[in-house]
Write a protein of this length. Structure first.
Length: 565
DNA sequence: GGGATGTGAC
């Protein structure tokens, strides 16, 4: 940089002709216009010293700002606007690609749309770089329909265009669409690269589609597609999300180098599988290999401690988090509250929430409300519940939780009141739902829906499971679930959880030593894993329960109870 | 002379 500045002053002092000056300065510009921000600011100053900067000079600065730190990105668009106002030189395809990139990062929807119009007006519509850039821009702005429209209008789509569209779907949780398009890409005979495959693997993870995921992994190997850190990380995540934590570990172990995302994926994978000790040892390994733990790694380790009821370890890692200089997010606070609540440290949870520097969000309040219910603490529970109803008056889970608090304290009239409020507002809770794949067919179990053709047999297995688990010495806790029967409000002691139905079905349908994989659409409790281990011993089946809480964030905290069985 | 696509989360 210093050398470049010297060359710059040399050019100025020699009073070289304008044309030479412009050309030399644009060379300097292209070098300067690479991060960090300081260089780009220098490049920008240079740009406006040139009497008639050519398009290359403009492009260098626009590109430089689009690749720089996020805070300087808007500068990229404003320099483009300045170029347009001047009226000369005319932006070329490179200019528009750089601006579209910026618009997709910000995102700047209106500006991007104007660039799109300019692409058409300038007759650049057939430029493949601009086509992909436009698809990417609309996908990043979450206007997936527009992205698809641009994509469909490309006559000869190259690999990047396919890859961009597939990635766009995957980012927006449209996993089925992503996989379907990948199928079409193969039909079209276009060979994907490792970036395409990362999106495809991530789509399999999102769907919990283990069979497809395995096939995709084999395909990557067969096609000799480069498996880099990012693709490996996506594979770890996919296997972990599909309930195959051992395979996730295998991929992890075989990696030559790992970055912070790789480590945190493995930690989170163990955490959600209830393998608290493994999560802790991977975290320790991360520190040892001198990869700085990021916020997700801490999130994973705290989640693992909460699930495994490792209060001491959780608090220890909370202190490490504070020392690391990472600003704890709401999610980190949420994990700590969950940690105390699951361990039944009611007072600690209360004090922790009170001392938080930010106001607790609804997830934390729900977690605490469940703890209030368990401790039959009417006073704190009622105020927490009211706080929740104020914050989220349209979330049925809040009403359900408050009413079950009243039920636990036998305040039937108050409970009826809350239920009535809920009815008057037309709110209904989403029932828990779990699914299991048996011989290629997906069976879904929705709580309260007993229309399954084999319900009698499932019930038989279920009572057998309950009897044998109790005999094994595990304390079977029965949760109270409120049921509306017409106008009459009745409390029934039920102990229904949808993953139990799915597991029972798995036991009914398989013979030892089958692997039973269940995907639950709500958060799985830590205790569930413990009891699942017992069942798998009794029935000689390997049972894996994975949750998909990512898609149901709004119910966070609702399963924060120990009484899964 | 410079350009488009990907991974983790309560």
């Amino acid at each position: 940089m210093r050398v470049l500045q010297q060359i710059h002053s040399y050019i100025l002092t020699r009073a070289l002709p304008f044309s030479t000056l412009c050309f030399s300065l644009s060379k300097i510009l292209s070098f300067c216009a690479i991060s960090p921000v300081g260089n780009i600011l220098y490049a920008e100053r240079l740009l406006f010293q040139i009497p008639n900067p050519n398009i290359f000079s403009w492009n260098s600065v626009i590109r430089g700002f689009s690749q720089s730190h996020i805070s300087a990105t808007t500068q990229s668009v404003s320099i483009f606007k300045r170029l347009i106002r001047r009226g000369h030189p005319n932006p070329n395809t490179y200019t528009l690609v750089f601006v579209l990139k910026t618009c997709s990062i910000l995102p700047a929807i209106q500006e991007g749309q104007q660039v799109h119009a300019r692409v058409i007006r300038s007759g650049f519509s057939t430029n493949s770089f601009l086509q992909s850039s436009l698809v990417n821009f609309y996908a990043k702005c979450e206007d997936i329909k527009c992205a698809r429209k641009v994509f469909d209008e490309i006559p000869d789509r190259n690999m990047i265009a396919w890859s961009t569209m597939i990635g766009g779907y995957a980012k927006l949780d449209m996993f089925n669409e992503a996989l379907a398009l990948f199928g079409e890409m193969q039909k079209a005979g276009v060979v994907p690269d490792e970036l395409t495959m990362a999106s495809v693997v991530s789509a399999c993870a999102g769907l919990g589609a283990l069979d497809t995921g395995r096939w995709v992994h084999a395909y990557i190997k067969k096609q000799r597609i480069l498996i880099d850190i990012k693709l490996n990380t996506a594979l770890i995540n996919m296997y972990a999300k599909c309930g195959c934590i051992e395979k996730a570990r295998e991929v992890f172990d075989e990696m030559p180098t790992r970055d912070s995302r790789t480590w945190s994926s493995m930690i989170v994978g163990y955490a959600v599988h209830g393998h608290a000790d493994d999560a802790l040892s991977v975290f320790a390994g991360m520190e040892k290999s001198q990869v700085k733990p990021n916020n997700v790694a801490f999130l994973g380790v705290l989640l693992a401690c909460a699930h495994g009821q490792l209060v001491y370890e959780g608090q220890k890692h909370w202190d490490i988090l504070l020392e690391s200089g990472i600003q704890p997010s709401m999610e980190h606070y949420s994990c700590m509250v969950d940690l105390f609540c699951r361990a039944n440290l009611f007072q600690e949870a209360y004090t922790f929430i009170k001392n938080m520097p930010i106001d607790p969000d609804p997830v934390i309040l729900r977690t605490f409300l469940v703890a209030c219910k368990k401790n039959k603490n009417m006073e704190k529970g009622e105020s927490t519940g009211q706080q929740l109803l104020k914050l989220e008056p349209s979330n049925p889970e809040n009403y359900a939780l408050l009413s079950s608090l009243y039920a636990s304290c036998s305040s039937w009239s108050k409970m009826g009141n809350v239920r009535k409020q809920m009815r008057d507002k037309g709110l209904k809770t989403t029932p828990g739902c779990s699914s299991i794949e048996v011989e290629g067919t997906l069976h879904e179990f929705v709580l309260g829906d007993w229309s399954h053709p084999e319900r009698e047999e499932i019930m038989e297995v279920l009572s057998d499971v309950l009897r044998r688990v109790t005999a094994f010495g595990h304390k079977v806790d029965v949760s109270e679930v409120c049921h509306d029967v017409g106008d009459e409000v009745k409390v029934e002691a039920l102990c229904e959880h949808s993953e139990r139905l799915a597991i029972a079905y798995g036991i009914l349908k398989t013979k030892a030593p089958a692997v039973i994989r269940v995907v639950k659409n709500l958060r799985v409790c830590g205790d569930c894993h413990e009891v699942t281990k017992i069942i798998s011993k009794i029935y000689e089946r390997e049972i894996v329960v994975r949750d998909r809480v990512r898609f149901h964030r709004f119910v966070g905290g609702i399963c924060s109870c120990k009484d899964i069985w």
